[in-house]
Design a protein around this ligand. Structure first.
Ligand SMILES: [Zn+2]
Ligand SMILES: [Zn+2]
Length: 257
């Protein structure tokens, strides 16, 4: 953001950042949607999680919601710029300042922090009052597709991105790590909402990979209630006993077709 503001000025930088978020969404969600819902639809038909097609009207609403999300995310980017101007963030520019090893470590740390934040904030948003106010819009998609990945009520978008200003105030992060994190978060979000189970059949019982969530996991969160709250990892759902009782059998059923 600082890079854009210094070169373009405040308002052009803000709109460029929003356009960047929205374009990244259009390209990534569009790419996966085209492959799975058009071009290679027949190839992947067997691993489609729900046996119905997404409604066109809902997809249009999801793209509209995501357009608004882009402006919320850009606003928070602007907020971080001002936090940094005030000397309140620990963002650093010299990549070796904390040791080169710290770059990948801080990336994984940020994904774990985000996952923890997401899990608890997500559970909180399923409280009936908060759900109506913040989270219902996202759950109007009971058969999610890649287009669902940023389809939030603007207030939920603000809550979703809230981890980033918190993290950069508390811990040192290099801008490249933050950039990589934003791409990874978007990519994982698209995979979670894909609507097709693309991971291999052994995945959910592998000693390492079982700790990663799957498209089936988040799809069940959308189609049932009170289960599967995690984002990237399965740690919190396992520790708190919130994986759906049929998660593994549903995954097995899809992969055995
Ligand atoms: Zn939810
Ligand atoms: Zn979702």
């Amino acid at each position: 953001m600082a890079f854009l503001i210094e070169r373009l000025g405040l308002f052009p930088a803000y709109f460029t950042a929003a356009a960047f978020v929205f374009l990244r969404y259009l390209l990534l969600a569009g790419f996966f949607f085209f492959i799975f819902y058009n071009w290679k639809k027949q190839v992947f038909a067997k691993v489609k999680i729900q046996n119905r097609s997404p409604r066109r009207e809902r997809v249009m609403e999801e793209v509209r919601d995501s357009f608004l999300t882009a402006f919320v995310f850009a606003s928070v980017g602007l907020g971080i710029y001002y936090l940094r101007q005030a000397g309140l963030t620990r963002i650093y520019l010299e990549p070796g300042a904390y040791g080169w090893w710290y770059l990948p470590v801080s990336f994984f740390l940020l994904t774990f922090l985000h996952d923890t934040y997401f899990y608890w904030m997500h559970r909180l948003m399923h409280n009936p009052r908060l759900f109506r106010l913040l989270h219902r819009e996202h759950h109007r998609s009971d058969n999610p597709t890649p287009w669902t990945s940023l389809a939030f009520h603007p207030l939920e978008s603000l809550v979703e991105i809230g981890i980033v200003p918190l993290a950069v105030v508390v811990l040192p992060f290099h801008p490249l790590v933050l950039l990589a994190f934003f791409f990874w978060a978007m990519f994982w979000n698209v995979i979670g909402h894909l609507g097709y189970e693309i991971f291999p059949g052994w995945f959910v019982r592998h000693p390492v990979f079982r700790w990663l969530n799957t498209a089936t996991h988040h799809n069940m969160h959308h189609s049932r209630s009170g289960c599967n709250y995690g984002l990237y990892y399965n740690f919190w759902d396992t520790w708190m006993g919130t994986n759906h009782a049929d998660y593994l059998s549903t995954f097995d059923e899809i992969k055995s077709r």
